[in-house]
Ligand binder design. Sequence first.
Ligand SMILES: *Cc1c(COP(=O)(O)O)cnc(C)c1O
Length: 223
Amino acid sequence: MKVETKFALIKENIELACKRANRQPNDVTVIAVTKYVSNERAMEALNAGIVHFGENRDDGLTSKWEVLGDRPVWHFIGTLQTRKVKNIIDKVTYIHSLDRLSLATEIQKRAKTHIKCFVQVNVSGEDSKHGINPENVIPFIHELSSYSNIQIVGLMTMAPNTNDEAILRNCFRRLREKKEEIKRLNLEYAPCNELSMGMSNDYMIAIEEGATFVRIGTALVGE
Ligand SMILES: *Cc1c(COP(=O)(O)O)cnc(C)c1O
């Protein structure tokens, strides 16, 4: 199916989810996750009017960058090894996977401008998931106060791999509550207005629970 067709379907679903939650569709940004697809397919997504693109590996990002350049807004969404920061830092506007101080230090050192970062939170507590435990998120953010190149725009999570709607909803809700808690701290460097949550299988639930960025691969550009 053409990306254009899939994008139209997703936009309809976003409108429905927003209606249910009394939200505005414009407050939800779709990130096309292109990690599974060819450069040609990514180009098709750009031509379909998608602006935000996400990759989870430095080499994947570099390869797509060679074709699409700075026309998209680039998001780095995957686990980021400290030594790979230099390969992506001049290409991305957003990093969704800030989860440790050593990574923050490297971003601070390499960035030539503000990088918008999401702190990745392991809400579900599964060992297999990266991210900071919810109770450690605020202490971690306090430690970032002197990192002038890092702006904490929000929180990100990966939900458990399940179809159980109650579990997914609970995970997203807990991330939203943590985000609100941080917002109330009124830290200039951590406005924390955004929630990066929801993928192909659960983006509608995530939007009902407050997602402002959804990261969609399979359902938008294909596997
Ligand atoms: C691959 C990936 C996605 C997209 O997953 P789909 O299920 O294909 O939509 C979203 N977020 C992250 C961090 C990913 O690695």
